[in-house]
Design a protein around this ligand. Structure first.
Ligand SMILES: [Cu+2]
Length: 127
């Protein structure tokens, strides 16, 4: 009986540090999850740039957003746990800027400043 007790203590003593170690590994993963993406966002000028970047600065999880009026490309850095590309596209569409698969509402586009009225991409087919 004494030997069984001794074995039990030995097993328990060994298992406790290994549990603590695996717990440490899991928390170490939490620092990752930042993603950088390039998205085509239709627009024209510096006003569009400020509008697009200001809209994204309000979106939780977005760390940085840079839109280039020469290439129409948005470079966005975001936390994958708090935001995703669909939300980012919907946010820029909500202030009047089309992306290839999320389109701004016509009434929002119509209210854009005259110099911002970019040439819209062809509407996608509705399935
Ligand atoms: Cu503009």
């Amino acid at each position: 009986m004494k030997t069984i007790f001794a074995i039990l203590i030995a097993v328990l003593g060994l298992s406790i540090p290994s549990v603590a170690q695996s717990g440490g590994k899991t928390s170490g993963k939490a620092a990752k999850g930042i993603s950088t993406a390039e998205v085509k966002v239709y627009g024209n000028c510096g006003m569009c740039e400020r509008r697009i970047e200001a809209a994204l600065s309000e979106l939780p999880g977005v760390n940085s957003a840079e839109w280039d009026s020469a290439t129409d490309m948005l470079t966005v850095q975001f936390d994958k746990k708090k935001a995703n590309l669909q939300q980012i596209k919907e946010k820029v569409a909500s202030v009047g800027h089309d992306t290839d698969d999320v389109r701004a509402k016509d009434e929002v586009y119509d209210k854009l400043h005259g110099c911002c009225k970019y040439e819209r991409p062809a509407p996608m087919k509705v399935n």
